[in-house]
Design a protein around this ligand. Sequence first.
Ligand code: SF4
Length: 427
Amino acid sequence: MRVHLKTLGCRLNEAELESWSREFRGLGHSLTQDPEQADLLVVNTCAVTEEAVRKSRKLLGRAHRQNPEARLVVTGCYASLDPTASASADGVDLVVPNQDKEQLVQIVQRELDLNIMPQSVTEEESGGLLARGRQRAFIKVQDGCRYRCTFCIVTLARGEERSRPAEEVIAEINRLHSEGIQEVVLTGVHLGGYGSDIDSDLGQLIDRVLAESEIPRLRVGSLEPWDLPDNFWSRFDNPRFMPHLHLPLQSGSDSVLRRMARRCKSDEFRRLVEEGRQQVPDLNITSDIIVGFPGETEVEWQQSLSFVEQMGFGHLHIFAYSPRSGTKAAGLPDPVPREIKRQRSEQLHQLGEQMKREMLERQLGKQVPVLVEGDGSRGWFGYTPNYLRVEIEAPADAALQNRIIEVKLEAVAAEGERLLGKTTRPL
Ligand code: SF4
């Protein structure tokens, strides 16, 4: 899918364009400067003056005329202030209001059914697993993968496993912390393989980072369920190690997992999840699922759906399978028709939303430290230790940015994807 992004207005709009570009690219789409070559046009509008409104309308009209075949998405201030007029403008397929801008790429993927597998389903920056921010930094500690999951191109594209020495990782974290970063996420193409080439492992790296830095919050990115290091759970006893784990399952059907050459069957996955939840209070487990892997029958799909439901994930990343040339799966027989993939993906999205709501409801009444993000211009928000988004009731000028504050979790927002909370101490 080729994407063309247009913007009008302030620097904030431009910055958003940059982050959407990164996200679209990470999901396997490409960007084009030429609207006529695009399959998808995204127009970020402005409404600061009458003139800006007029220009926004014009930009929208021109985008459609330049390429009437492309899907057209409109967002930004004009689209938020006048959603009806925006939606009825020629050729508009979708309006994304400002309050949903941060999830624009995911919303567009879902609503316009563009979900294809990203280049690497394992890299959080590409999959949008965790949001990058001024308070959170991603530290790449590892590259390459020794496994051969049949859908994955990474293993071919990235070669042997290579790990960064712990000293280098710690020095980077200490530098970022001194620059104001409050939270770091250790990531890798195959993070669980960290240390295989330097006689170490991820557990040792986590221990050293906690001991040799003062970074207030440490997270790990996507971790294959079969390679959690020894005594992993006990590391969460340290309150600086955040209780959220993204364990990609990919399918809840053992026969599909076999065709994917995954090293963790559903029973082992279940045991792992049970063990983690027993040992780590409020552990949030999230996962990736590929829908419509070649040959996925209705029976396998139902098995997968029911297993996912039993796992009660806090969030799901859902990818419709798309073949990557050079991978073994690309040569497998019985591709799943597009319409069936779409239906299955829709069913799983609904289940994902329901599980997320249930996870959020279980948090109500708790008081947790929240790292506040943003600058308050769109309200205050942040993430709990177990990576749940909270909107915080506080005055816009409360100077909460980049602070870790205690928040009482009081309700789930009507949309069901975030919590609403209040600060518990005077600001
Ligand atoms: S473990 Fe599998 S999915 Fe993950 S990077 Fe390696 S080959 Fe790809």
